[in-house]
Design a protein around this ligand. Structure first.
Ligand code: GLC
Length: 456
């Protein structure tokens, strides 16, 4: 008995110890939910990847992909001058598309900062453009009522103390080669630098709503939490901006408060992601085409319907969509991006009620054929998105007794309901608990029509 008790005590104490060690931020579940509420309700944001790589116009990883040495990459720094940059125009477009927040690259892997930093010369204010991009961007997006986020790359392919790793443009093969390359590099100094810069962006631009750190790749010739000093870093971030939301890429998955939401990238989740059986906040980040930075010759652009499905499907699984634009080096959105945003905005104008404040449908609502469901728990309304417009009739399996009223969302026109009809030609559907919605033959002029069901 004594041994059992002492074993139990040991387990409890070690659990407590482990818990207190792996904790960055003291917050109850309810407090966390409240802190994240605006973001959960918003559902749709804009990602912006912009940096020197926009000039190469062939992927933001061009420096690595083509193993470009610093000396050759320098030309982009020397001519950077986005003369048409008008952040108010960007902000208007984001808002018109239905986006509620935006996250911009303050520094990407190339190491160039789009803000005026005290800790480097490799910054926008030293280019021919000469002005702080981040400052103007924050002011313009805030003025449109959008929430503000900073992407900051943990990876840095320019800093002289950042050790060469497997993702670096100068990546090598053997341990000996890496050791030789890194002889004079000191990650302690880089760690300090990155902390200083994160402090700058979270101090000099007012309230910041999201910090999007990118990314960790532990393992051989990789980098993780100890390289970045993640624990100290996130502690500082929480102190500087207590309301901020942080993504999950600083390699602190097992730390309470080390991150707030999961970030499946260019990936469609099968279902609402869970950890230990608990559904967790998530946001998928996606591109219009295959690249984040402006890519002139990339042609795999998703069409309007695919983009809308991405958004609706994310909400139908309880998640957000962060959709990326890669502006050109002149400082404007490419016409393909404009068109994509416009298409989303046209739909959102009349259908955003099925997106904002919505989430996965409650259990017990079967998904009708070729549809996606979202649900507003406060209004108790269910939204049926018709991906493939049915002929005359949409069957809602087992919905009998659950619906008060049905209408199209875009024009609030009533949709009549009935029990499935009995037919001599088959169709023994009476008494099944199904409901039929009687739809017009003509598909409404809406890319994906939505039916709003007022539930009992
Ligand atoms: C990846 C890429 C990067 C992009 C990011 C967006 O981590 O390295 O280029 O910024 O994903 O999620």
């Amino acid at each position: 008995m004594k041994t059992i008790i002492s074993a139990l005590l040991l387990i409890i104490v070690s659990n407590l110890l482990c818990f207190s060690q792996n904790k960055i931020w003291d917050e109850t579940e309810a407090q966390k939910k409240e802190r994240m509420q605006w973001w959960t309700d918003a559902r749709f944001g804009m990602f912006i990847h912009w940096g020197l790589y926009a000039q190469a116009a062939r992927h933001e990883w061009v420096k690595k992909n083509e193993r470009i040495p610093d000396a050759d990459y320098q030309k982009y720094f020397e001519i950077f001058n986005p003369d048409l940059f008008d952040p108010a125009d960007w902000a208007r477009k984001a808002k018109a598309a239905g986006m509620k927040y935006a996250v911009i690259t303050s520094k990407h892997h190339e190491g160039f900062t789009m803000f005026d930093s005290k800790f480097t010369d490799y910054k926008v204010t030293n280019t021919p453009y000469g002005k702080d991009i981040i400052k103007q961007w924050v002011d313009a997006f805030r003025a449109e009522g959008l929430k503000i986020g900073f992407y900051y790359s943990l990876i840095d392919w320019h800093h002289p103390d950042y050790t060469i790793d497997r993702f670096h443009p100068q990546s090598a093969g053997t341990k000996e080669e890496y050791d030789a390359l890194n002889k004079n590099r000191d990650m302690r100094k880089y760690r300090e630098y990155l902390k200083n810069q994160v402090r700058e962006i979270l101090t000099n631009y007012g309230k910041i709503d999201i910090l999007w750190l990118d990314f960790s790749f532990p393992g051989e010739f990789g980098k993780g939490r100890d390289d970045w000093g993640s624990v100290e870093l996130i502690k500082m971030v929480r102190l500087l901006q207590p309301g901020i939301l942080i993504d999950d890429r600083a390699d602190l998955q097992d730390f309470a408060g080390g991150w707030d939401f999961m970030t499946p990238e260019q990936y469609k989740v099968d279902k609402w992601p869970e950890i230990d059986g608990k559904k967790i906040p998530w946001e998928t980040c996606q591109t219009f085409s295959g690249s984040w930075g402006y890519y002139r010759d990339e042609y795999t652009w998703k069409d309007n319907k695919q983009l809308l499905v991405l958004l609706i499907e994310s909400v139908s699984k309880g998640g957000n969509l962060l959709l990326n634009v890669g502006p050109t080096a002149r400082g404007v959105f490419d016409e393909r991006a404009d068109k994509a945003l416009k298409g989303m905005g046209d739909w959102m104008k009349y259908n955003s009620r099925s997106i904002y404040e919505c989430t996965q449908a409650p259990e017990g609502f079967q998904v009708p054929a070729n549809t996606l469901l979202t649900y507003n728990p406060v209004k108790n309304r269910l939204y049926v998105h018709l991906l493939d417009y049915p002929l005359q009739n949409l069957r809602l399996p087992g919905y009998k007794g659950k619906i008060k009223y049905a209408q199209f969302l875009h024009d609030a026109s009533e949709i009549k309901m009935s029990e499935p009809r009995q037919h001599d030609w088959g169709g023994d559907n009476q008494g099944t608990g199904d409901v039929d919605l009687r739809l017009p033959v003509l598909k409404p002029n809406v890319e994906i029509p939505v039916i709003e069901l007022f539930l009992n």
